[in-house]
Design a protein around this ligand. Structure first.
Ligand code: NAD
Length: 298
């Protein structure tokens, strides 16, 4: 049994904390928002009096915050100071590679251990304990964290040193964004050429254009009954989250001088999508924007 302070009990954090408790760990949580605390109490998670209180006297502190600035502020604002020496900090929010490396350096300078362990799999994966974890940090810290990550996830990959879990996450989501746009463009092009959705699906899903964006997240209703297109693009993975992740990808592209034109274009496309009605819709809903902005005369 590991004593765990779990900070950030939002959409992802709360079900993750519940799965740690189900695996027999001693969890106490904290969130800044009263509604999140109430929901966590209702789910049976004991709540600490403050973030510092949740971090004091535990073996492991897990953070699941909206963005990197929250992580750095919390680390510097008393979390690291409150923890016992050599506490393992598992940082699972999706943040910039540089921010993850800063968080790592702050934790180490304060006498602690730290890994970045961002996730994919969404709220459903968090509830079902089937998240994928991409981990950056030392072999030793990865080994300590592994049983806890296994209580919350199914696929856990050690990607390398500090920050490289976030690096893997940003690369994956850049591929995902570009491929989802490509699939949506192909369906709109097919429509305009007179091709049935099902026919295009039957070809592409078994051909070299095959990818998750068509076989699981097909952007038109019909061929994949569980895809968000069949429920008016209810997420799934919301446009706002994709736009956030592509902002982190852009930061990484610019920071490394990478010639990633498709990734940069995808960032612009999803920033526009999320600034309109796409923020709360599944990111495969980009197909409706592509239809709307395609030329009116055929
Ligand atoms: P959320 O906004 O629902 O939850 C974040 C919680 O952190 C909030 O309840 C907020 O009050 C709390 N918080 C912020 N600062 C805090 C502090 N100092 N102390 C205690 N609590 C604090 O967000 P979410 O959807 O749960 O996502 C969390 C992270 O996981 C994000 O970085 C997101 O990008 C990433 N992520 C989300 C999904 C998804 O589908 N929702 C999928 C993969 C990754």
């Amino acid at each position: 049994m590991t004593r765990i302070g779990f900070l950030g009990l939002g959409h992802m954090g709360m079900p993750m904390a519940v799965n740690l408790m189900k695996a027999g760990h001693d969890v106490r949580g904290f969130d800044l928002v009263p509604a999140a605390i109430e929901a966590a109490l209702a789910a049976g998670i004991p709540i600490a009096e403050s973030a510092a209180d949740a971090a004091a006297g535990v073996d492991v502190v897990i953070t699941m915050f909206p963005a990197g600035k929250h992580v750095i502020e919390a680390y510097q604002g008393g979390l690291l100071a409150a923890a016992r020496p050599d506490t393992l900090f598992i940082e699972s929010s999706t943040i910039a590679v540089e921010e993850a490396q800063t968080a790592h350096a702050l934790a180490v300078a304060a006498g602690h251990r730290n890994i970045d362990a961002p996730v994919s799999g969404g709220v459903v994966g968090a509830e079902n304990g089937t998240l994928a974890f991409m981990v950056g940090g030392s072999e030793e810290d990865f080994a300590t964290a592994l049983p806890l990550l296994e209580a919350m996830g199914k696929r856990i990959v050690h990607c390398g040193g500090p920050g490289l879990g976030q690096a893997a996450k940003v690369c994956n989501n850049m591929i995902l964004a570009v491929s989802q746009i490509a699939v949506a463009e192909a369906f709109v092009l097919g429509e305009r050429l007179g091709l049935e959705h099902q026919a295009l699906f039957d070809v592409v899903s078994q051909a070299s254009g095959q990818c998750w964006s068509i076989t699981t997240n097909c952007p038109v209703p019909g061929p994949v009954p569980t895809s968000p297109a069949n429920r008016d693009y209810q997420p799934g993975f919301a446009g706002a989250l994709m736009a956030k992740d592509l902002g982190l990808a852009l930061q990484a592209i610019e920071g490394t001088g990478t010639d990633a034109r498709m990734g940069m274009l995808a960032q612009q496309i999803y920033a526009t999508f999320a600034a309109g009605d796409g923020a709360g819709r599944d990111f495969s809903g980009i197909i409706t924007d592509i239809r709307d902005t395609s030329s009116a005369d055929l």
